[in-house]
Design a protein around this ligand. Structure first.
Ligand code: XMP
Length: 305
């Protein structure tokens, strides 16, 4: 593990030096990586930091509001881009294609907004496992591979490039970021779209968003998992009242992990599973069935796509 204090001092110096007195733009998602980057950059260059948050319409319940509150001390620019993302995703079913469409859309929007700021540098929260996974062809991260944006940045600043997630969390602690951010579960860049097998529609995302919120409410505090969530994995038959229903099948997943390269399912109690299934089917009328996923990684991945 890095010495967090030394890492912070050096990262601040590096950001100062690399940005050369010019403006720096960054995409802030509210996850621990981008939050640590934002805090380091704020300490290094203050007002020259220009963070942008893109609401893709694929975020968790209450996420945009929470991010605005958490980062109220930053000059955060929020872009409401949900409609653009749903339009771009229409008809797309292949998981890698989805990632590419979302990555490209995100970049275009970010590029458009960043251009207006006149920033010379781009700051990214890329961490070491992103590089390994992209190079290994496991999945493409749109923040890996040099400068992904067409606009004329003079350079890229990636302060966390040598760190694993648990090291980033230690740095977050040393920076005294809110505990909520330090312990935030990882949330994938493509958002709820990878928790929605097949085509992404507004209806499916609304179901996934509610189911995720319920899974988090029932699991996070009791089990402190590395990650827990719910995904829509297909359609099945159910019965509500006297009526047979063709409804969504929701899978709930909770895992422990060190760095997301491997993962073990959390042994949720029967009582908790029962409560989750009852709540999801009662609170989300479109859901016919709830299952709990007990597959480790490998062979399964953590997300569904
Ligand atoms: P998997 O599903 O590959 O996920 O076991 C490992 C970790 O990465 C997150 N994840 C992503 N993060 N872009 C991201 O920024 C992505 O496309 C993506 N896909 C998965 C996942 O949530 C887990 O923490």
């Amino acid at each position: 593990m890095v010495n967090a204090e030394k890492f912070i001092a050096k990262a601040i110096e590096d950001i100062k030096e690399k940005s050369n007195g010019k403006k720096v733009v960054m995409a802030l998602s509210g996850g621990v990586d981008s939050s640590v980057c934002a805090e380091l950059a704020k300490r290094a260059i203050g007002e020259n930091l220009m963070p942008i948050y893109v609401d893709t319409g694929l975020m968790r319940k209450g996420e945009t509001k929470r991010i605005k509150e958490l980062f109220s001390d930053l000059n955060l620019l929020t872009i409401d881009a949900g409609d653009e993302f749903f339009e771009a995703l229409s008809g797309v079913t292949d998981p890698e294609e989805k990632r590419k469409v979302i990555g490209a859309k995100f970049i275009r929007i970010f590029e458009r907004e960043a251009k207006k700021t006149g920033a010379a540098y781009l700051l990214q929260g890329t961490i070491y496992p992103d590089i390994i996974e992209s190079e290994g062809g496991i999945k493409s991260h749109h923040n890996v591979g040099g400068l992904p944006y067409d606009i004329d940045f003079e350079g890229l600043i990636e302060p966390l490039i040598d760190l694993y997630k648990d090291e980033v969390r230690e740095v977050a602690g040393a920076l005294e970021l809110p505990v909520e951010i330090q312990h935030r579960m990882p949330f994938p860049g493509p958002g709820l779209s990878v928790r929605c097998i097949g085509e992404v529609t507004k209806e499916k995302i609304a179901v996934v968003r509610e189911a995720n919120a319920i899974a988090e409410e029932e699991i996070v505090e009791k089990y402190s998992p590395w990650q827990c969530f719910a995904a829509v994995i297909g359609l099945g038959t159910g019965v509500k009242g006297d009526v047979r229903l063709h409804g969504w099948i929701v899978s709930v997943r909770a895992v422990y992990s060190r760095d997301a390269m491997t993962a073990e399912p959390v042994e949720i109690s029967w009582e908790t599973m029962h409560k989750i299934a009852t709540r999801i089917t009662a609170e989300i009328p479109e859901v016919a069935r709830v299952v709990y996923d007990i597959t480790p990684k490998p062979p399964a991945t953590i997300e569904y796509e």
